[in-house]
Structure formats: C-alpha cells, structure tokens
Design a protein around this ligand. Structure first.
Ligand code: PM9
Length: 461
C-alpha cells in the first residue's frame, strides 16, 4: 500500500448550520453583471456563488457567540455587555478606555475629528480608503511612509507592512512634529496585500515618535492576524503566546480604531480604544452625537456580547492557523500554476496582480475592475477591485491617484468556506488566466464623490 506523504491540518470546528447557495448560469451572470455596471459591489448577493468580496462582517459566528446574543442586555444605558467587552479589550489589547462604534469608520471619524487640524499631516503605512477619507475630511493630508518593498507585488520581504523610518523622520523634519497629530499604523496592511508589520519596526516607530512627542494610533482591524505573522516569522516570538504578542504591539501605541467585523468574528461592530483620558472624554462627547450613547455606540447589547466572545475565540492560535492556513492553501495552488499575485501570501486575502494578469490594459482601462468582472462571469465568484478605482482622486488636483498596485482581492471570510470552495476558486482563476488575451477593459460611466469604488458604474470598451 502506498503511504500518504504528509500530515494535514484541519479546521478546529465542525459545521452545525449551512446556508444554501444559488447556482447561476453564464447567461444569468452576464445579465447580473451588466445590471451591476461591472461593479461587484453592486451585484445582489443571491447572484453570487462564492463570495470573496470581503472578510468584513461576513464571518461565521460560533454557537457560543450565537448563544451570547441571547444574553444581550438591551438597556439604553450601562448594558452589562459593554462592561464585558471593556474587560476583554483591557485584557487582550491592553488599552484603558473603550468607546464602541457601529463599525470601523465610526471610530475613524471620531478620532480624526478630535486630533486632526486643518493643514496637518498624518503619516501611515499605506492608505486605507475610509481611514484616509476621514483624515482628509478633518483637514489633514495622509502621507505614505511604508517601505518601498510594499509597492512591489513580487518582493518577498516578510514584513512588507513596515514603516520606512527615514521617510517618517524626513517628514517630521520637513513639516515639524506639531503638524503631525499622530502616526497611523495599520496591522496587517490591507492595501499592501494583508502584509504584517514587525514588532521591531513598531518599537522603532514608537521610539522615534516618543522623542518627537507624536502619538501613534493603531488600526487594529486585523492586528491578531498580524500577531500570528510575528509569531511565525520574527525572531524571539516563536514561544510567545498570541495574546502576549498582541499586547506588546498595542503597548507601543496610544490607542486604536477597530473594525471588529474582521478579526473579531462578528457581523457588525467596531470601537475606539484609548489610553489618554482627555481624548477618551472628547470621544465620549462625540459618540453621543454621531453613533449612540457611550455604552453602546450604535450597537445592540447582543452585538457587544458577540464581539467580547469573538475576542477570546480569535486569539486562539488554532483558529488563526486555520484562518491564515486557508488563504495560504489557495495561494500555494495559484503559485503552482504561475498566476501573478502579491507575495508573500497575505493574512486575509490573495491579491491578484491585475497589471501582470492583463498587461495589455492601460491603468485607465481599469485592469483590476475588469479582472474582478471576468472572474464573476466565469464562475460566480465575487472579488473586489483594489487599484485605481479604490484609490480615488487627489483632493487638491482632482486627478486620479495612480497606485503602483492594481490588484483584485480574493478575500476569505473566517470559518465560512471549505477546501472544496478553495479548489473551485483556484480553478476559476486559472480559467480566466487562460483566456486573458481576449479580455477587453472598461470605461467608467458614473463616478460618485466619495469612496467611488462602492458605487461607480462601468461599461465595456
Ligand atoms: N475594510 C474591507 O473589505 C470593508 C469594506 S472596504 C471599505 O477590507 C481597515 C484596515 C479596513 C476597514 C474596512 C476599515 C473600515 C478600517 N480599516 O468597514 O467601517 O480593512 O468597519 O472598517 C473593508 P468598517
């Protein structure tokens, strides 16, 4: 008898409930895509087979989280679930004060309005769409200080989310520390391909900022995934627990904004967590204007309970190994058939390199938007454009930003899809790749003012 060659890993859960999917024909998909203006955000979810649009709010909750919904304390003020969530945030992230928000951008709005003044600069490790918009709406200018390697899809740097300390220092020298309310540090870096920042880099940024009196705010949306990469890749962290690594990361920052819809395994929710009492006081004043009372911030008590439980589940190494392992599984398959995508394989998604995939398309023919549309047509798989459409326009010049990275994100919701879904996905990408030379680009026919990627419409050239 032939022997099996390796030992596999499997998910640390079993399936109790399933959600049925509708199978569609190529004709159905053509019609749906035309109606959606070639924008995958505008497709109806029921027309999608495997939904890899985002890992945001699309995770499967555990039976314990669902049970947690039943102990939701829906009091207007002082819900016990708020105190439970506060306790878990203090324990795992180490911040003192909690302001819940309806989701990540609610926290970004409040933080930006409190700290940014007209004419300020906010350095960060690559922009994120909503984060930069809130910084701009508050009168600030985002400055990208990520290492150059992050803009190169093929570069194998293990921590492509790192901040270039020289870029940061020269910005401080040029504009002065007073014009920099804080450094915006994301972990992992979404737009760079789900790439982590190293602990050493965070420590160095902290040391530079402390000398200059500049604060640091963490975008902790996928910080637990970042902690896992540190454990796997950074010397000295192999024997530390995920919880210890996460706390150390947070200890170099003054607070965080959080979209709990990712790492924390819930369908809705976010928060602002802070160490500085004065900022907390102002945030509590603002949250009642824009979100809800300071002990619910736009969430139901049950949402906060599910999030508190989600923190405990997400910090488990077994969970994270399976979560990141699934993305890695798809990445290794695509690598074996030479599909161009961002390497190293990221934490939450595979980012196809649309410039390499469709080299005959100019950037203004929207190669990533086109590729996302083609993948849907081929297979019913929904992905997301992360290129020139997402980058938007420069507020001062009115011209498009032309990002170096023109990517299509295949984003894996946590605990949702099986290995068979992963195989189907890789095969669909391969089928589009085989037909790539016949693919034509798109023209934008409707462009909304803010965050245009959500609602823009296109037609085929
Ligand atoms: N990220 C994503 O699909 C949601 C839709 S795209 C705007 O990746 C980071 C790193 C995010 C993020 C959302 C937010 C905003 C902040 N930071 O969507 O408002 O990835 O909860 O969070 C999406 P909310």
């Amino acid at each position: 008898m032939e022997k099996l060659k390796k030992r596999s890993w499997a998910e640390p859960f079993k399936i109790k409930t399933v959600e049925l999917l509708k199978m569609t024909s190529p004709e159905d998909r053509k019609k749906a895509l035309e109606e959606a203006g070639y924008n995958t955000f505008l497709l109806k979810s029921e027309d999608v087979y495997i939904d890899l649009l985002t890992d945001s709010g699309t995770n499967a909750m555990s039976d314990v989280q669902w049970a947690g919904l039943m102990v939701g304390d829906e009091a207007y003020a002082g819900s016990k679930n708020y105190y439970h969530l506060e306790e878990k945030i203090q324990k795992y992230y180490g911040y003192k004060y909690l302001v819940p928000t309806h989701q990540g951008r609610g926290a970004e709005h409040i933080l930006s309005q409190i700290l940014i003044k007209q004419g300020d600069y906010i350095p960060g490790n690559m922009y994120f769409t909503t984060t930069r918009l809130h910084q701009e709406l508050a009168g600030g200018k985002f400055m990208d200080v990520i290492i150059d390697e992050a803009h190169d899809p093929e570069n194998l740097h293990p921590f492509k989310g790192n901040i270039d300390l020289q870029k940061l220092e020269s910005l401080v020298n040029k504009v002065g520390a007073k014009k920099i309310p804080y450094v915006s540090v994301a972990a992992t870096v979404n737009m760079a391909g789900g790439q982590p920042i190293s602990m050493e880099n965070l420590r160095q940024v902290h040391s530079l900022c402390s000398k200059q009196g500049i604060k640091i705010f963490l975008d902790a949306t996928r910080a637990m995934e970042n902690a896992y990469f540190i454990k796997m890749r950074e010397q000295g962290y192999q024997n530390k627990s995920m919880a210890d690594i996460l706390r150390e990361m947070c200890s170099y920052t003054n607070g965080c904004t959080m979209s709990a819809k990712k790492d924390l395994l819930v369908n809705i929710g976010g928060f602002l967590a802070l160490n500085d009492y004065e900022i907390f006081e102002e945030a509590r004043n603002m949250v009642v204007v824009y979100e809800g009372l300071h002990t619910y911030g736009g969430l139901a008590g049950r949402d906060m309970e599910a999030m508190a439980i989600g923190i405990e589940e997400a910090i488990q190494e077994d969970h994270m190994r399976a979560r990141i392992g699934q993305v890695e599984y798809v990445g290794e398959k695509l690598k074996s058939i030479d599909i161009p995508f961002v390497q190293p394989i990221g934490g939450h998604a595979i980012f196809l390199d649309a410039k390499k995939f469709l080299p005959h398309l100019k950037q203004l023919e929207f190669p990533a938007q086109t590729l996302a549309a083609e993948l849907y047509l081929e297979s019913g798989i929904r992905s997301m454009e992360r290129g020139i459409v997402s980058a938007g326009r420069n507020k001062e010049t009115g011209d498009h930003y032309y990002p170096k990275l023109e990517l299509v994100r295949l984003t894996f919701p946590r605990r949702v899809y099986t290995q068979a879904h992963c195989d189907v996905t890789a095969e669909a990408v391969e089928a589009v790749y085989e037909n790539r030379n016949s693919i034509k680009g798109l023209e934008m026919i409707y462009e909304p003012k803010y965050l245009r990627f959500f609602q823009a419409r296109f037609k085929r050239l």
